[in-house]
Design a protein around this ligand. Structure first.
Ligand SMILES: Nc1ncnc2c1ncn2[C@@H]1O[C@H](COP(=O)(O)OP(=O)(O)OP(=O)(O)O)[C@@H](O)[C@H]1O
Length: 448
């Protein structure tokens, strides 16, 4: 052992260099106190005051002389704690721990030696068990459910679902597209689909005030057959509204299932705030489908512009970890780098290029120019840019219904779909008839 190695170790550990000889025995005894170091004698150390297992990284060359670490601590709680810390410090050394009974009721190595002799000390390693290495697992111990990957929800667009197998547990989907091409609209529809499939959802919608968000979502949930056309007498422009009775039924349907992140709180766009609210929504309400719309409205931890893309990429990494940790599906909207020119590709997403690397799926959505729409028979196009699970690459034609803001596959099913609120999945309402005696289901058209 060199003087340099000993000097580095001497900043973390207390030991007697004269009693260190890894060639004699490759086991380094990590003791609780200088008395125990002295009692053991050969190859024994303890931590200097204020030092701990994390500091051992500073003296790796010293540690590398030994084959394994032996937790020579009599007191049970302290022994378990030290063993855990040594293991998680990822020092690349096996950690051996003796069972409590090996200490024969003694509070220290020194006491064990004085009461039961040197042999009692020497036999300690014989009963020890090796802790599994931190970060390295035996594949046979990995528990997987029968049936493989599980989709948290499907889109309802049969061609898309057939290609990607639905939106999987623990996965992150990135959605891109130029401004106003329909990303938010399609994603809000996907959340409704998830609710209809029995899931609870969370939405961070960085650009839409809550009333507008709700109005648009209501129209989608209602569907064409339940909308009232309101034409502005001045401009002639027609907008669509859901009457108060139906609004109430829809509210009952998604109550407790649809959680919207409130943009009015002070830290609204801070990534930490959004992520912790997502945690909360999962743990408290069981939300499984998350929408983060969009990356550009988020305020990342690093402030400077030069760090922006790195911070955005790190945020995408955190979203991916979140999805895995909670077995959820996260949808993230990320704008493309360039806004003009040819069809969008995976490399165009975000600014750093590696957003798509971190995602499990990437999709681009675009509106078709009128002529192309007429020729193809559909008005929008959804392209699968990446699909980790099946490697699917596909372009799916969609039609857009302007009144109810719904996208539908070419089969038209989603445009006509009746969500749960129409199928009795809501609380029965008791309604007082208005004095004029008219049917309240037909007459009430106030806007939200
Ligand atoms: N294919 C389409 N045809 C006609 N109108 C559409 C289509 N897609 C979306 N719209 C309408 O365009 C407007 C903008 O859509 P949306 O907010 O979903 O776009 P976006 O891609 O999320 O935009 P941004 O990037 O600005 O957030 C909405 O009023 C929506 O109803």
């Amino acid at each position: 052992m060199t003087d340099r190695e000993l000097a580095a170790a001497g900043e973390v550990l207390l030991f007697d260099p004269a009693f260190l000889n890894p060639r004699y025995d490759g086991t380094l005894w990590v003791c609780a106190s200088p008395e125990d170091v002295y009692a053991q004698g050969i190859n024994a150390v303890c931590f200097l005051p204020g030092r701990g297992p994390e500091d051992l990284k500073r003296c790796r060359p010293f540690l590398n002389q030994f084959d394994c670490l032996f937790v020579a601590v009599a007191e049970e709680k302290a022994r378990k704690a030290l063993a855990g810390e040594l293991r998680s410090a990822a020092l690349g050394k096996p950690v051996w721990v003796p069972p409590g009974q090996s200490f024969r009721g003694c509070a220290s190595l020194a006491e064990l030696k004085s009461r039961h002799g040197t042999e009692a000390l020497e036999s300690l390693p014989m009963d020890a068990v090796e802790l599994p290495a931190y970060g390295l697992i035996d594949l046979s111990d990995v528990d997987v459910e029968e049936g493989g990957r599980r989709a948290v929800a499907v889109s309802g667009i049969s061609t898309l679902d057939g290609a990607i197998g639905g939106f999987g547990e623990g996965e992150l989907s990135v959605w891109t597209g130029r401004r106003g091409e329909g990303k938010s609209t399609l994603l809000s529809q996907l959340l409704l689909e998830a609710i209809d499939q029995g899931e609870r959802v969370f939405a961070y919608s960085g650009e839409l005030p809550k009333k507008l968000f709700k109005r648009w979502t209501l129209v989608q949930a209602a569907g064409s057959a339940n909308l009232t056309a309101l034409t502005d007498p001045v401009t002639g422009r027609t907008d669509y509204a859901v009457d108060a009775m139906k609004r109430r039924r829809i509210d009952e349907w998604w109550r407790g299932r649809y959680f919207l992140y409130d943009l009015e709180i002070a830290s609204a766009h801070d990534e930490g705030s959004v992520l912790s609210m997502m945690d909360y929504a999962n743990l408290r309400y069981g939300c499984k489908v998350f929408l983060v719309d969009n990356a550009m409205t988020m305020r990342f931890r690093q402030g400077s512009d030069s760090d922006y893309y790195r911070a955005q990429s790190a945020f995408v990494g955190r979203l991916s970890e979140f999805a895995k940790r909670h077995s959820c599906h996260v949808h993230l909207v990320a704008h493309p780098r360039k806004s003009e020119g040819k069809a969008l590709a995976a490399d165009d997403v975000g600014g750093s290029g590696d957003i798509v690397n971190r995602a499990d799926n990437a999709f681009a959505i675009e509106r078709l120019p009128e002529a192309a729409a007429e020729q193809s028979g559909y008005t929008a196009r959804l392209s699968i840019l990446k699909n980790r699970q099946f490697g699917a690459r596909k372009t799916v034609g969609l039609t857009f219904l302007e009144d109810c803001r719904r996208f539908s596959g070419l089969d038209g099913v989603l445009g006509q779909k009746h969500y749960g609120w129409e199928n009795g999945e809501c609380v029965q309402q008791i309604v007082e008839l208005p004095p004029d005696g008219n049917d309240p289901w037909e007459t009430s058209h106030e806007s939200t």
